[in-house]
Design a protein around this ligand. Sequence first.
Ligand code: APR
Length: 335
Amino acid sequence: MPLEIIRNDITKVNADAIVNAANPTLLGGGGVDGAIHKAAGPELLKECRTLGGCNTGQAKITKGYKLPAKYVIHTVGPVWQGGGYNEEKLLADCYRNSLALAKEYGLESIAFPLISSGAYGYPKDQALKVAISVIGDFLLKNEMTVYLVVYDKSSFRLSEKLYSSIKQYIDDRYVDEHHVKRISRHIAYNAAEDRKIAEDNIQLESFTLFESARTLEELVNQTDETFSQMLLRLIDEKGLTDAQVYNRANIDRRLFSKIRNNIDYKPSKQTVIAFAIALELNLDQTKDLLLKAGYALSRSSKFDIIVEYFIKNGNYNIFEINEALFAFDQKLLGA
Ligand code: APR
């Protein structure tokens, strides 16, 4: 998966490079800067002394020394001063210049903390938005694995508006699986003398809960094309290239070529939905693609309901969807 959001201490991440949220002196500090210098050992500071500092928005590279990462890319985020002092552009430059440096060094993976969202006071939801949009743009045109490392959940915050709107959408639809079983048992038990009505109710109950999902077996057996064939057909019909689709699906090239070369490939549900997002399918088309792989959207899955929220709102930015899935402690989209 080209962009992964993970909870970890960045000094433990085994990427080719980890990014340090430094200050202009590059001579160490607190927060992630302090943690990296502590884990890398004194030689890191020794090398930093030779760099002559770093301007805000710029990036410089050193070795990783005792860190699992081979390199440390030091970048200096803007101090938040209310938003009127070019902070967004400078923060975006931190990600852009660090990625450019990683690419220049031929690195295959890089890990970022949420730059400026700590001591520098950048509002966490806006800092996250900048990170996701710059990394997402880069990954649509470049192959690299990027980790966005969240140290503590409090530092990972969706915009209040988006968070509450998704939460409301889930509350209106989420049906706890046990609750459904309880209702069905209750109906069956109370109407024991007329089993027929109970069963119809249960059918109705499960039917409405799964909306228009036709019976799985019936539809999967009807299939005249496999998941892989339907995917490739849709890519052609939409006039997209393979690279455009797997990049938008946050799926790496290797997995895509496995799917392309095996018409009976059985993908995970997350992978199917990632392709539905990449192809910008509507809800019914998404359900059809899922059925080809033997899956259905479910009301007892917050993951499914969040994905449905974004499809219904016409937001097919997989990196933003993953941001929301991460915020709700769900698996992310992509391989
Ligand atoms: N791993 C991953 N993320 C971390 C870690 C860690 N070990 N420690 C802190 N963070 C997170 C914080 O939770 C925050 O979300 O990194 C993000 C950035 O916080 P800071 O480290 O405070 O960096 P920043 O806000 O950019 O301020 C930079 O702080 O440490 C000094 O020398 C540094 O002066 C500079 C300023």
